[in-house]
Design a protein around this ligand. Structure first.
Ligand SMILES: [Zn+2]
Length: 463
């Protein structure tokens, strides 16, 4: 049996792991490379994946860096099954629609630039038709239930606690008459976070592919972060200020709304107007609403009793651009949650342009900010930033909240591996930058005597 790494090898985007046996060929995840130009170019250049025969695809979750190249597979003629949980299918449907829109905008801009420098235009990576071609291929599977993936390969998905529908994948593989169990962690969530369950541990595997996004550090605890955020919000409410929160649509938005509902319920915050100014985040919040059966006990009880809905009565959904513009005139105190999460595009830019120069404005940064993004410049305390070609003075207070991550920190990763370590699996560490995966590999070696493989892009590991 061979596993080839078509992404997320020494990097956190482009997850795609290709398992081949004598009888079958299966892909786990098919993510988009994201980040700077060099990363994006890989989506076009990485052709090894596109040329291979494929019997099935299994998805861990619906984030773009795990599903974003699926339409390329469809474009190349793939018509086999795509197995995922219902939550993942719902999230992926939203995300792919949004990604198509962004891709079209990006391509137009890029091609205008290329035309100016006399270069030929680039073809779109894929079309709307390719996205639509995926729909009849998806097969919803339940957590814990075994299903047939391909000849000689059975699958099982269990909760990974990362976003709605997220899963770790276990493949039981008949490898030339010998049964082997291969576990793919997928992105693992932090333990004890609200709404979703904790990642389900495994006890036995022959091979483990494990993510290492935060292999080199721990987050501040969610509990402490939530208290700090609440104090900032309380202060802003008292000053009748606007609180701007750049958000990632899936996961973080719902976590924040849930925490606010909790604060309203316990009366540690007075109710105040909250605007969800992101069509994608609104849709994603509805997806969470539709998939409540996978919530943890507390969240499930709050949904069933109608308490969550009651507490969030002051949340307004702003779908149209007109509703979004009207927020310029909204009086504080209020909170505006708008995309995108790194302030590189989207409606948040308008709100920042209108409010950054006001000292009373509070900006809450709740997610990872990549180098060079506007969000990163705000985090680094720049006193003036450019938005839509205009220089804007930053007089608002900017607060960075590290503890709202949807990813397991180092300790949770080590604990997750701890339950499976006694079965002495072959370990392959993926989905992390080099420093993170090396640190995690060293810690695991020290603790369990297991040496990890750290594959590079395109590498094949024989197991
Ligand atoms: Zn993810």
């Amino acid at each position: 049996m061979k596993i080839q790494f078509h992404g997320a090898a020494g990097d956190v985007t482009g997850s795609a792991y290709h398992v081949t046996t004598k009888r079958a060929s299966v892909l786990v995840d098919c993510g988009l490379f994201q980040g700077g130009r060099a990363q994006k170019a890989l989506n076009r250049a990485e052709r090894r994946l596109q040329g291979s025969r494929l019997d099935a695809v299994v998805l861990t979750h619906g984030h773009l860096d795990h599903i974003g190249r699926l339409p390329i597979l469809a474009k190349k003629g793939y018509r086999g099954p795509i197995f995922a949980t219902k939550g993942t299918i719902d999230v992926a449907t939203l995300i792919l629609r949004d990604a198509l829109r962004i891709q079209q905008g990006d391509l137009e801009r890029e091609n205008r630039n290329r035309a100016r420098s006399g270069e030929p235009p680039l073809e779109p990576l894929y079309s709307e038709q390719d996205v639509r071609a995926l729909k009849p291929l998806v097969r919803a599977v339940r957590y814990g239930k075994r299903f047939r993936v391909a000849p000689g390969i059975e699958g099982r998905l269990v909760d990974a606690g990362h976003v709605i529908g997220s899963a770790s994948v276990e493949l039981t593989i008949d490898d030339g008459g010998k049964e082997k169990v291969v576990v793919f962690s997928g992105d693992l969530g932090p333990r004890g976070a609200p709404i979703l369950g904790d990642p389900t541990p495994f006890e036995r595997a022959d091979v483990v592919l494990m993510e290492s996004t935060y292999g080199d550090r721990d987050h501040r605890s969610l509990h402490d972060t939530a208290i700090e955020a609440r104090e900032i919000v309380a202060d802003a409410i008292e000053r009748k200020a606007k609180i701007l929160v750049p958000v990632f649509a899936v996961g973080r938005t719902q976590l924040l709304l849930y925490l606010l509902a909790g604060a309203f319920r316990r009366k540690t915050l007075p109710r105040f107007p909250i605007y969800l100014d992101s069509p994608l985040a609104i849709e994603a919040t509805k997806v969470y609403g539709k998939n409540g059966e996978v919530f943890d006990e507390e969240a499930l009880a709050l949904v069933k009793s109608g308490e969550l809905r009651r507490q969030l009565a002051s949340v307004r959904f702003c779908s149209s651009a007109q509703e979004s513009r009207a927020l310029n005139d909204a009086k504080g105190p209020c909170m505006i949650l708008a995309g995108n999460g790194m302030c590189t595009a989207g409606r948040i830019l308008h709100h920042l342009r209108h409010n950054l120069h006001k000292p009373e404005t509070a900006v809450l940064i709740v997610g990872f900010q990549s180098p060079g993004s506007l969000g990163r410049r705000l985090v680094e305390g720049e006193k003036e930033v450019g938005i839509f070609g205009q220089r804007i003075a930053v007089r608002a207070s900017v607060h960075t909240m590290g503890g709202f991550s949807a990813h397991a920190g180092q300790k949770d990763l080590l604990d997750w591996f701890g339950t499976i370590a006694p079965s002495k699996p072959k370990l392959i560490i993926t989905h992390g930058e080099d420093r993170a995966r090396r640190t995690l590999a060293q810690l695991i070696h020290k603790r369990h005597g297991i040496r990890a493989a750290l594959p590079d892009l395109g590498e094949v590991i024989e197991v």
